[in-house]
Design a protein around this ligand. Structure first.
Ligand SMILES: Nc1nc2c(ncn2[C@@H]2O[C@H](COP(=O)(O)OP(=O)(O)OP(=O)(O)O)[C@@H](O)[C@H]2O)c(=O)[nH]1
Ligand SMILES: [Mg+2]
Ligand SMILES: [Zn+2]
Ligand SMILES: [Zn+2]
Length: 384
């Protein structure tokens, strides 16, 4: 039966600490019926989820399947309580930066790249979204549609079973992924945000600040129209380069306000700056040198750990590249606001889509790197 894990559980919606006593439990015998189930004295004592005690209920004697966070009222998968670690990622970036494509290939890689982990969705919505995106990108080979703005996206809730640890008890990690609409990130400073989005932004363990290099004018003059058109979300992204500097500053101000951090103090949160769509930069004469580390296969998965020297090299190469593009203000804004920053470069698809937004065989490049950085910091994998 379930045992209470030591790490404090976190509600994936309000991001407050969550205990069994902070939840209301429901038995759901069929779609139209649900009734509250209170914990018995013995269940409280043993720290267990309650079972249905209603005599005539078809679920009589079965462990409840639904819970609600008393603090925010959101529906939760009850098993969220029983994890050894709680990991959360929040992607931010302008519309069309490549956030959802990245998350889709990240999940795929976590499942199929030979890592000793098993990924399980915690709720139906996560299963549904993952299946839909997987089919769209990997089977139909089509780019995703933009994420709907103005409403808070449901976070994806995953359980990772860590099979690398021998023994009877397999450690489990709860992974929450927030992937909102770029439009909402762009107006973060002057539109009152949905309270849920604001919780995600201010509470996630790691922020993924997605930077679309194709918005830089120095890049646009060197890349063919075809690649450019295929690699931009045409319905949303304008050719005017969005000002990433002001977005970073607004984001930082926003987090400070929400978390009561004084203006002069750096935000104590992991910030992975992720340059997306690296494949499109291959056409650039002024791009990365042919022997650059960033263009090589990622070594982390094979090494079964986070290879610090590789990551530092990639960080340096991209910073150098951004400096050559005249983007020192962006790097300055990130470094001034966040305490723990690392720069990454990824290509979710491996090659640009064609003009009809159809994808070639998807071969992601280095998409796991930022994730492995977080895992290393959390002590899930070693740093080597
Ligand atoms: N060349 C190339 N293009 C990419 C890649 N990833 C995304 N794109 C392009 O960028 C477009 C937008 O990608 P999304 O993942 O939907 O972007 P998003 O950040 O989720 O956008 P919003 O949901 O609107 O905020 C896609 O339609 C592709 O055309 C990549 O790895 N390489
Ligand atoms: Mg999206
Ligand atoms: Zn809650
Ligand atoms: Zn019942």
């Amino acid at each position: 039966m379930f045992m209470f894990s030591k790490a404090a559980a976190v509600c994936p919606y309000c991001l407050r600490e969550l205990k069994l006593s902070d939840m209301k439990f429901y038995c759901v015998p069929d779609e139209d019926n649900r009734h509250e189930v209170r914990r018995s004295f013995a269940e409280k004592l043993k720290g267990r989820l309650p079972v249905c005690k209603r005599r005539l209920c078809r679920n009589h004697g079965l462990t409840i399947r639904e819970a609600v966070c008393k603090k925010c009222g959101e529906l939760l998968p009850p098993q969220i309580l029983f994890h050894n670690k709680f990991l959360s990622l929040c992607a931010v970036g302008v519309a069309g930066a490549g956030k959802s494509s990245y998350m889709t290939t990240l999940i795929h890689e976590l499942r199929y790249s030979g890592l000793p982990w098993i990924l399980q969705a915690m709720d139906v919505d996560t299963t549904r979204l993952a299946q839909m995106n997987e089919q769209y990108v990997y089977e139909e080979r089509h780019c995703l549609r933009g994420t709907e703005a103005g409403k808070s996206p449901k976070p994806q809730l995953w359980t990772i079973l860590d099979n690398s640890v021998k023994g009877e008890k397999i450690p489990t990690y709860a992974l929450t992924i927030y992937d909102g609409a770029g439009e909402d990130c762009e107006r973060i400073d002057y539109t009152p945000l949905d309270s849920k989005i604001s919780h995600y932004l201010s509470g996630a363990k790691m922020l993924l600040i997605m930077f679309d290099p194709l918005l830089l004018s120095s890049v646009r003059v060197e890349i063919s129209h075809d690649t450019l058109n295929a690699s931009m979300a045409t319905e949303r992204q304008t050719s005017a380069p969005a000002n990433m500097v002001s977005m970073v500053n607004s984001l930082a101000n926003y987090i400070r306000r929400n978390c009561n951090i004084p203006p002069g103090k750096k935000i104590n949160r992991k910030a992975a700056v992720v340059i997306t769509k690296l494949d499109a930069l291959n056409e650039m004469l002024n791009g990365f040198a042919s022997g650059a580390t960033i263009l090589k296969e990622s070594p982390h998965v094979q090494s079964r750990g986070f290879v610090e020297s590789d990551s530092e090299m990639v960080d340096l190469e991209i910073r150098d590249w951004l400096t050559r593009q005249g983007e020192t203000a962006f790097l300055g804004a990130i470094d001034a606001n966040f305490k723990d920053v690392r720069v990454f470069g990824v290509s979710s698809f491996g090659r640009p889509p064609d003009l009809h937004k159809r994808l070639p065989k998807v071969r992601p490049h280095r998409v796991l790197d930022p994730f492995m950085w977080m895992l290393a910091a959390e002590g899930v994998i070693p740093t080597i």
